[in-house]
Design a protein around this ligand. Structure first.
Ligand SMILES: *[C@@H]1O[C@H](CO)[C@@H](O)[C@H](O)[C@H]1NC(C)=O
Ligand SMILES: *[C@@H]1O[C@H](CO)[C@@H](O)[C@H](O)[C@H]1NC(C)=O
Ligand SMILES: *[C@@H]1O[C@H](CO)[C@@H](O)[C@H](O)[C@H]1NC(C)=O
Ligand SMILES: *[C@@H]1O[C@H](CO)[C@@H](O)[C@H](O)[C@H]1NC(C)=O
Ligand SMILES: *[C@@H]1O[C@H](CO)[C@@H](O)[C@H](O)[C@H]1NC(C)=O
Ligand SMILES: *[C@@H]1O[C@H](CO)[C@@H](O)[C@H](O)[C@H]1NC(C)=O
Ligand SMILES: *[C@@H]1O[C@H](CO)[C@@H](O)[C@H](O)[C@H]1NC(C)=O
Ligand SMILES: *[C@@H]1O[C@H](CO)[C@@H](O)[C@H](O)[C@H]1NC(C)=O
Ligand SMILES: *[C@@H]1O[C@H](CO)[C@@H](O)[C@H](O)[C@H]1NC(C)=O
Length: 414
């Protein structure tokens, strides 16, 4: 009875901690208790973590129990928030002559917390950050954004929504004018998708608005190999690659989606120590995947991506640090289903028929495959059908055996 009560209370507490409606108010005060920073925040977090050999994603909101931490300050303005067991968010502000803005967001989360990260096989806290929050307001205005605003930090992302905040604050409540975020000002229009070979996006508006965007077909699968100094492979990759770049053009977002043609690119690269690089280069595109080895954890992961293109336009995009495709060494990561890897907020890569392994490769071929979650879900249907068929065969067999026994018994009585 007591255990039940405790369980109910515990669940209620848990729900209480990780549940929030609109907005938690935070207020940073100076030495004389005057507010210098005021913020009403609602945030949805997503964070990647390891669940056994698989990657999983946890979703959780900023809980209403979040509080301002003493790492907050007025000069420079820093809003430091803590919540739960080992979670914190630090939002740093800076200003120019005419505006102030968030110049850094740092998020720390606790992958040991099994309530938020069920079956996590990782220990401790992780930290991610972004210097591209794209949140700013005119001096003495407050910032307001009702629409969702995504801040990409790599392994964890934060979607701000229903946000109101003011730094360099002097009054008692939001009194100035509002600076609205782009999302609230411009109604979100569907991005125009242009294949690289089609001409300027200026032709797009003449098309009827109902026309579906031109998306290239599924890319061809390429087999790529990078040899280590011994001549044995240190990267093996089988994959179809589709790049997706969003660029601003005449105040419109233009989305370029194009495929990497395995026949057009040459695979180069090198491996040394804890880094293994695969570079797919043609005359127009130079795409670098840089893998990192964590030898203490016996894992490799995709730590860095760089893209240089001249077609459809000149882009030079650097990912910053990533930790995608985390896989135990001697094993390969496999995902036949389409997967999207967000590299920056304007660049993502769609992969198809992916299998990849870096560093220790036994016998010049892929090690045991670790399947992605998407493939496992896809496997469910064949497994269910297979099990049903097996059951049917068994029933027929039993019926046959019983029938045979009966007829035997019949003969004996005669
Ligand atoms: C500021 O407020 C806190 C709590 O309300 C109080 O304990 C503290 O003495 C105040 N400090 C000053 C300098 O007024
Ligand atoms: C992370 O969560 C675990 C499990 O709830 C807890 O024991 C640990 O103290 C937390 N870490 C921090 C830094 O709070
Ligand atoms: C996490 O750390 C605890 C205490 O050090 C240890 O008992 C546990 O096995 C660790 N879990 C994982 C998944 O590494
Ligand atoms: C935030 O998460 C809640 C609960 O999961 C969901 O209902 C809501 O739509 C999310 N909002 C945004 C803007 O992502
Ligand atoms: C790697 O080594 C294999 C076997 O020696 C060879 O066939 C292949 O051409 C090499 N690849 C590169 C990119 O050097
Ligand atoms: C390309 O990226 C944009 C923006 O993230 C997204 O809306 C669109 O669906 C993507 N297109 C493809 C084909 O992945
Ligand atoms: C263009 O993309 C940026 C970032 O991806 C976004 O913030 C902005 O709202 C988009 N603008 C339009 C008109 O869709
Ligand atoms: C891969 O990343 C490491 C660490 O950032 C760097 O030292 C190395 O030069 C990179 N490799 C390539 C080919 O860019
Ligand atoms: C390897 O992983 C451990 C534990 O997560 C971490 O402390 C260490 O910094 C990592 N090393 C590298 C080179 O990433």
């Amino acid at each position: 009875m007591r255990a039940l009560l405790e369980a109910v209370l515990g669940t209620a507490l848990l729900l209480g901690i990780f549940q929030s409606g609109c907005c938690v108010r935070f207020d940073v005060k100076n030495e004389v208790n005057k507010t210098c920073l005021l913020a009403d925040l609602s945030i949805n977090f997503t964070a990647n973590y390891q669940k056994g050999d698989k990657q999983a994603i946890a979703n959780f909101p900023l809980p209403s129990g979040a509080v301002v931490d003493n790492k907050s300050s007025c000069d420079p303005p820093v809003l430091a928030i803590t919540f739960g067991v080992g979670y914190s968010l630090s939002i740093n502000f800076n200003k120019s002559e005419t505006e102030y803005h968030i110049n850094q967001v740092v998020f720390t989360y606790n992958v040991s917390d099994l309530n938020t990260f069920p079956d996590s096989s990782e220990n401790g806290t992780k930290q991610v950050s972004s210097n591209k929050a794209e949140i700013s307001a005119k001096t003495s205005n407050y910032y307001q954004c009702t629409s969702p605003h995504l801040i990409i930090m790599g392994n964890a992302n934060a979607t701000f929504h229903n946000v109101k905040l003011e730094a360099y604050f002097t009054g008692t409540d939001y009194t100035g004018n509002a600076t609205l975020c782009k999302e609230d000002v411009t109604p979100t229009t569907a991005p125009t998708t242009t294949a690289p070979t089609t001409t300027a996006p200026t032709t797009v508006p003449t098309r009827p608005p109902t026309t579906a965007p031109v998306v290239p077909k599924t890319p061809d699968t390429g087999d790529y190999r990078v040899n280590g100094s011994s001549g044995a492979p240190c990267i093996l990759a089988k994959m179809g690659l589709q790049l997706n770049i969003t660029a601003k053009k005449d105040d419109k977002n233009v989305t370029y989606v194009f495929n990497i043609d395995p026949k057009q690119v040459e695979a180069k690269g090198n491996c040394s120590g804890n880094y293994a690089a695969l570079r797919l280069a043609s005359k127009d595109v130079d795409l670098l995947f840089n893998f990192t080895l964590n030898s203490t954890e016996s894992k490799f992961f995709l730590g860095h991506v760089h893209l240089n293109t001249t077609v459809p336009e000149t882009f030079n995009i650097d990912s910053g640090s990533l930790s995608y495709l985390q896989t135990t060494t001697h094993k390969s990561y496999k995902c036949n289903s389409e997967q999207t890897f967000q590299i920056t907020d304007s660049f993502s890569i769609n992969t198809y028929n992916l299998q990849i392994q870096a560093f220790d490769i036994d016998g010049n071929k892929f090690g045991p495959a670790v399947d992605c979650t998407e493939d496992q879900n896809g496997m469910l249907v064949p497994i269910v059908v297979g099990a049903a068929l097996a059951g049917l065969v068994l029933i027929v067999l039993i019926a046959y055996l019983i029938g045979r026994k009966r007829s035997h018994a019949g003969y004996q009585t005669i």
